[in-house]
Design a protein around this ligand. Sequence first.
Ligand code: URA
Length: 225
Amino acid sequence: MGYEEARTLAHGYFRNLELFEDGLMLPASSRAGRPGTREPLPRDLESFHAAISGCTKCPLGYTRTKFVFGVGNPEAPIVFVGEAPGRDEDLQGIPFVGRAGQLLDHMLAEVGLDRRHVYICNVLKCRPPGNRDPEPLEIETCRPYLLTQLSLIAPRILVCLGRHAATALLDLQLPMKELRGRVIPWQGMQVLVTYHPAYYLRNMNQRTLGEQDFRLLRQMYDELS
Ligand code: URA
């Protein structure tokens, strides 16, 4: 199915977009409840994943191969939020398994951390065709899923990988140059904003900025009581 056709199919969901203050609108295909009914917030990540993995609230639900929920330690003190699945992630259903993911693993290893210390997810759970930027309506549709994931994990530190993660969560319309390397208190967490690993793949001469940010992350991790 093409993106435009999928957009028409998903159109009805956009008009009914709901946030989750007093419950969560699960996708119509969810096994957890009747279509369109408001469900209580899930108890754990696993049941939440099962409830939303058939989501077609936006057109990307019709063009994806796999729904990319998240990976890692569900009790991790650190959560990384990327932008959206790419080709490799779409095929495997796991975030950050392609080249950007390998660089992320390397940057973690440089400060003595690995995927056991962290949980990794994205703003969007489905791949935008051709890896284009997420559209604002897709971000708005998927954001309640990310916020629910965060409330279930309750990390102490949140790392926004790139502009889309930072703006989707912090609602700060500032350029990355101003946000990068800053720690911003938000919803009881410390939020560190850094460039997306894909940026460093394209700009290897900027890698020292990432190294600085990851050293800061390690320091923040060590200071957790
Ligand atoms: N880029 C992202 O933002 N997320 C992924 O999962 C992979 C690449």
